[in-house]
Design a protein around this ligand. Structure first.
Ligand code: AMP
Length: 607
């Protein structure tokens, strides 16, 4: 039975959680579960830690720290060190090479999840156990019950949600390594999910599971168009993914409309399972094709989402963190529809959900669910970063004891066998739901540039500059200063690097051709997630170098000092986004260069 008509309005107005109605027992149970665990944050955390410690007591890793079977917090905190991926890398490599002993976890490692965070240029490998799928599924099952409290009647239609699998590979020891969502979509939990009227997708599994990104996107878009009146929410995991879908429509609407008009599928779609399933769905519909021609041939694509999918109540996309840069473009294409950021998670662990999913992006907070893992927090202060040493244990704060307004770095202990692992996310406590804190996602540590799931840090950018500079040597030219900018005005977005050059032999400056090659040399130096975005996902456009006039960076310093920066402490910002600075840089550009080719990338790891 449908419920929700008596629930709250779909307007982007914050509402308190309402009690579930009797008509939806499953939803009511989910909401009750949230209430129970968030009312007992600290005791749930204590239980989770005890469970993890008991489960993994005999692992090689925990045995190194002389716990002698202790599972209590005090022993855990005094004996187990806080670590980063680099600390665990040698043990992770052993598992990748085929060592099946219980190194981190009592359960067998079923696969590796490849994080979009990188180490030495390659995706980090996160050991995963099959048992963890249930826990992650549980978090997914809470999302729609929460959403139903804010947006009624979501069981009356479908979600046009662009979901994709990505390339997977095998480690030398034979374990599969793939991104977390690829693993989830390929699992029985997703493929054989029970019928749920609140979670119906326009995309057939065949399209979602097709590894060819063009065929997958084409089919998902086609289905979305065919079912356009049934679509109640439009989304992708991240904002960048939804904008890529819009761009895809801009480039392919003629072929899509031809298929709809004739009831035939483009020959570009060769995947047999897609062809078979689309044969049942696709019927000639000249009227719909005419409508698509009319809307898409117009120069004006403002509000295209609501024009094509008029019943869309909200966009289901994450716009927090690095994705906030896409909010204006999403607003343009959707006429400012609410943007629901529903959950916060990672390959390492799913953390929690947004209990007010229809809130303004600037006000989004995620409640970390105390049952998902054991969570600790390193107080974070940009002006005096903490150095963690093994001799003086850091003052880590437990989940229930963080303070509103303060900033923290997240540290997790998981059922998969990560112990006191620094995720790299900086969060700020905004409020409490019962006794569970809610967090604003502030940023990922050490990320300078990001377009999609790529994360480029300062040292990677520096290495890119150094490698590209090698090409300038024969022209007796050096890069004297540089900065960067993530340009998301175009779709896909791309990295822009501003260069100030010192050309020692004015009669023989670097040629255009060489400066274009410098762009490619930079791309070749960037990490594998960046290169995958360029090559396989088409989620990142060619890197651009803008050469600026001599003296530009000095002007930049003058500008910063005029705004109060200390001349002694001034450092060239390695990434810029502040409009006056961008205007200054752009007004000094003397030449512009783009990468002439895609960098090298294969699913295989370089190490
Ligand atoms: P991955 O390990 O590739 O799945 O990436 C996980 C990371 O993505 C997290 O540690 C965050 O930095 C980021 N992330 C995940 N969910 C969100 C969110 N809702 N808002 C902002 N950033 C997020």
């Amino acid at each position: 039975m449908a419920c929700g008509s008596e629930l709250l309005s779909p307007s982007p107005i914050e509402q308190p959680l309402a009690p579930a109605t009797a008509c939806d027992e499953k939803s009511a149970k989910a909401l009750q579960f949230i209430e129970e665990v968030t009312k007992n944050t600290d005791s749930v955390q204590e239980r989770v830690l005890e469970e993890i410690m008991r489960q993994n007591a005999d692992t090689e890793y925990l045995k190194r720290f002389d716990l002698n079977g202790a599972t209590d917090r005090k022993s855990f905190k005094s004996k187990i060190p806080v670590v980063t991926y680099e600390d665990l890398q040698p043990d992770i490599q052993r598992i990748a090479n085929g060592d099946r002993s219980t190194i981190f976890c009592a359960y067998p490692i079923s696969e590796f999840l490849t994080s979009s965070g990188t180490s030495a240029g390659e995706r980090k490998l996160m050991p995963f156990i099959h048992e963890e799928l249930d826990r992650r599924q549980l978090l997914y099952s809470l999302l729609m019950p929460v959403m139903n409290q804010y947006v009624p009647d979501l069981d009356k239609g479908k979600a046009l949600h662009f979901l994709f699998v990505k390339a997977e590979t095998k480690t030398p020891g034979g374990l599969v390594a793939r991104p977390v969502l690829t693993s989830y979509y390929k699992s029985d939990h997703f493929k054989n999910r029970p019928f749920d009227p609140y979670n119906l997708y326009t995309s057939p599994n065949e399209a979602i599971l097709c590894p060819d990104s063009f065929q997958s996107m084409y089919t998902q878009m086609l289905c979305g168009l065919i079912m356009r009146h049934q679509v109640l929410r439009v989304g992708a995991v991240f904002a960048s993914g939804l904008l890529r879908a819009i761009r895809f429509l801009q480039l392919n609407w003629q072929q899509l409309s031809h298929d709809i008009s004739t009831g035939t599928l483009s020959p570009k779609i060769t995947d047999p399972s897609i062809r078979e399933c689309m044969a049942k769905l696709l019927k000639p519909d000249p009227e719909l094709a005419e409508f698509i021609n009319m809307e898409c041939s117009s120069e004006d694509w403002e509000r295209i989402i609501t024009r094509i999918w008029p019943n869309t109540k909200y966009l289901d996309v994450i716009v927090t963190g690095a994705m906030a840069q896409y909010i204006p473009t999403l607003d343009y294409y959707s006429g400012g529809l609410p943007k629901a950021c529903t959950m916060y998670g990672s390959s390492e662990c799913y953390f929690g959900l947004n209990l007010r999913p229809i809130s303004d992006p600037s006000d989004v907070s995620y409640t970390i669910m105390p049952n998902m893992g054991y969570f600790e927090f390193i107080p974070h202060d940009d002006s005096s970063p903490l150095t963690l040493s093994r001799d003086s244990p850091p003052p880590l704060v437990d989940l229930a004891y963080v303070e509103v307004g303060k900033y923290y770095e997240l540290v997790i202990t998981t059922y998969c066998g990560l112990n006191r692992y620094r995720v790299g996310d900086i969060l700020q406590v905004t409020r409490f739901h019962n006794t569970a804190p809610e967090f604003r996602f502030v940023r990922r540590k050490n990320v300078l540039l990001s377009i999609d799931s790529d994360k480029t840090d300062e040292s990677e950018l520096q290495r890119g500059i150094e490698n590209a500079s090698v090409l300038l040597k024969e022209f007796n030219t050096t890069v004297v200063e540089y900065t960067s900018y993530a340009d998301t005005k175009s779709i896909p977005g791309h990295y822009v690097i501003y260069w100030e050059l010192m050309i020692k032999n004015a009669s023989r400056p670097p040629t255009n051709e060489v400066l274009n090659q410098c762009c490619l040399a930079m791309e070749e130096s960037l990490n594998s997630v960046y290169r995958q975005g360029r090559v396989a996902d088409n989620s990142i456009g060619p890197l651009e170098i803008r050469v600026v006039k001599n003296g530009t960076f000095e002007e930049l310093m003058d500008y910063a000092i005029s705004r109060g920066a200390s001349i002694n402490q001034y450092k060239v910002p390695r990434c810029v986004s502040f409009t006056p600075i961008m205007e200054l840089l752009d007004s000094r550009v003397i030449s512009v260069h783009f990468s002439p080719a895609a960098p090298h990338w294969t699913p295989e790891r370089r190490r």
